[in-house]
Design a binder for this molecule. Structure first.
Ligand code: CTP
Length: 422
């Protein structure tokens, strides 16, 4: 029976032992469930443990946090808790429950229930497996929906006909699991999914829930394939009614991904790119700025995310014309690219096929982005200039001169400042 648990990485096995002994002490039954069991059977790496307790999941999480000396976040409304253990291990603890959806697409109302009932409320058979971590039957697999057989067949299957109506975010999840594991959504499930799309279930679902699933999808390794599949099934019109996806979108996404790989292999020390944001930038390329704003408001993106997404609209014909020119002085290249985020520069690189632009962008990452001036505010103050907006103006002129090779040493920078001050 223990063979399954032995498939977990050692650090997770240690945690499971602690959970098991805590459950014994507290006299509650505890199970591993969902994604971690699925991935355990598939042999896929997963550092998230999902645990269901037949008892109070919130209290259990607090006790586990104390035992592991780890941070705990509790959610009273859902009687759940999350324990953040060492080595980026996340343990989600829920109270075994039955859910009832007051109306389609809304958040579920939760009632306590036993493990079997809890498994029957889940999205797909492959996610409805549980493994007991109780001392009397430690390691025993609970497979009430034939999830193990579906894992072996490679099929994504809902548990009942109203699954997508109860929770339309499962449309995105079905695509995500199908493409992640190279599975197939089985025919009846696919028909139910298409019916739910036809009934506009996604448009009538709480946008924040769709956003969270969408971002999870866009963060996956196979995000492009997932998006293509989702677009084939839904046309992605639930993101914005004016969104039109064409072959050009997929070509641009393919090119952008190639440049993301180029960036990440050449500049591993730089900030990691937010891939999901780049995918959205590509999808929304044909949309007007107002439509993108409308998307951000509807899906309640943070101000920062909105700003970064909207920033992609800086890639316009004027910028492309300028960056495509031959023999641009470095200071000019810098002034065109520096205001843009790395994500937007990658998008620009994919949109302009021009050879000059490719070289300017490489030079920017290779050389110009790292050039710094040696003078600072203290120097300007000692030259008698009171702090104010002129500081920024002077610094950018000195940097421009340095980029263009007109000044090299700190002394030359100071000389230039004196000239600029007269
Ligand atoms: N679940 C569900 N319906 C949803 C979301 C989640 O039934 N809309 C259930 C599934 O049983 C799932 C579990 O809750 O396995 C945990 O959800 P989540 O952490 O989102 O997914 P994982 O299956 O763990 O997948 P991933 O590997 O992407 O984390």
């Amino acid at each position: 029976m223990k063979a399954l648990i032995k498939k977990l990485p050692q650090e997770l096995q240690n945690i499971v032992e602690v959970v098991s002994s805590l459950a014994h002490t507290k006299n509650v039954r505890a199970y591993l469930v969902g994604g971690c069991v699925r991935d355990m059977i598939l042999g896929a790496r997963n550092l998230d443990l999902d645990i269901v307790v037949e008892g109070n999941g919130l209290e259990f999480g607090v006790n586990l946090g104390e035992k592991l000396k780890a941070k705990v976040v509790t959610h009273k409304r859902f009687k759940t808790s999350t324990v953040f253990a060492e080595d980026a291990i996340k343990i989600d603890i829920t109270t075994s429950r039955q859910e009832h959806y007051p109306h389609p697409g809304s958040l579920p109302v939760v009632r306590d229930g036993l493990i079997d009932k809890d498994l029957f409320r889940r999205d797909f058979t492959i996610n409805s497996l549980a493994v007991s971590i109780n001392q009397d039957d430690f390691g025993k697999l609970l497979d009430v929906t034939s999830g193990k057989a579906d894992l072996a067949k490679g099929c994504v299957r809902v548990l009942h006909d109203l699954s997508f109506v109860d929770d339309p975010t499962r449309i995105l999840r079905a695509v995500r699991f199908e493409q992640r594991y190279g599975f197939k959504i089985e025919p009846k499930t696919l028909a139910l999914l298409k019916q739910a799309v036809k009934k506009n279930m996604l448009i009538n679902t709480e946008p924040q829930r769709i956003r969270d699933e969408l971002i999870l999808m866009l963060k996956e390794k196979n995000a492009q394939k997932m998006l293509k599949r989702l677009a084939a099934l839904t046309k992605l019109s639930f993101l914005h009614l004016e969104l039109k996806i064409s072959n050009h979108t997929w070509k641009l996404m393919h090119d952008t991904s190639a440049f993301v790989r180029w960036f990440e292999s050449n500049y591993p020390g730089r900030r990691r790119l937010d891939h999901w944001l780049i995918y959205l930038m590509v999808l929304f390329k044909p949309l007007s700025m107002n439509c993108v704003y409308a998307f951000c408001r509807r899906f309640v993106l943070t101000k920062n995310e909105e700003k970064r997404l909207i920033a992609s609209k800086a890639v316009n014909p004027d910028l492309i014309r300028k960056i495509n020119r031959k023999n641009l002085p470095p200071a000019l290249i810098y002034s065109l690219l520096e205001p843009l985020s790395y994500e937007v520069i990658i998008l620009l690189k994919a949109i302009t096929k021009n050879k000059n632009a490719q070289k300017h962008i490489s030079d920017y990452f290779e050389i110009y982005n790292d050039i710094r001036i040696s003078v600072g505010g203290e120097d300007l103050r000692s030259l008698g200039l009171a702090p104010g907006p002129r500081y920024q103006d002077i610094f950018s002129k000195v940097l421009g001169a340095k980029l263009d090779g007109l000044v090299k040493t700190r002394e030359e920078e100071l000389e230039l400042i004196k000239k600029l001050m007269t």
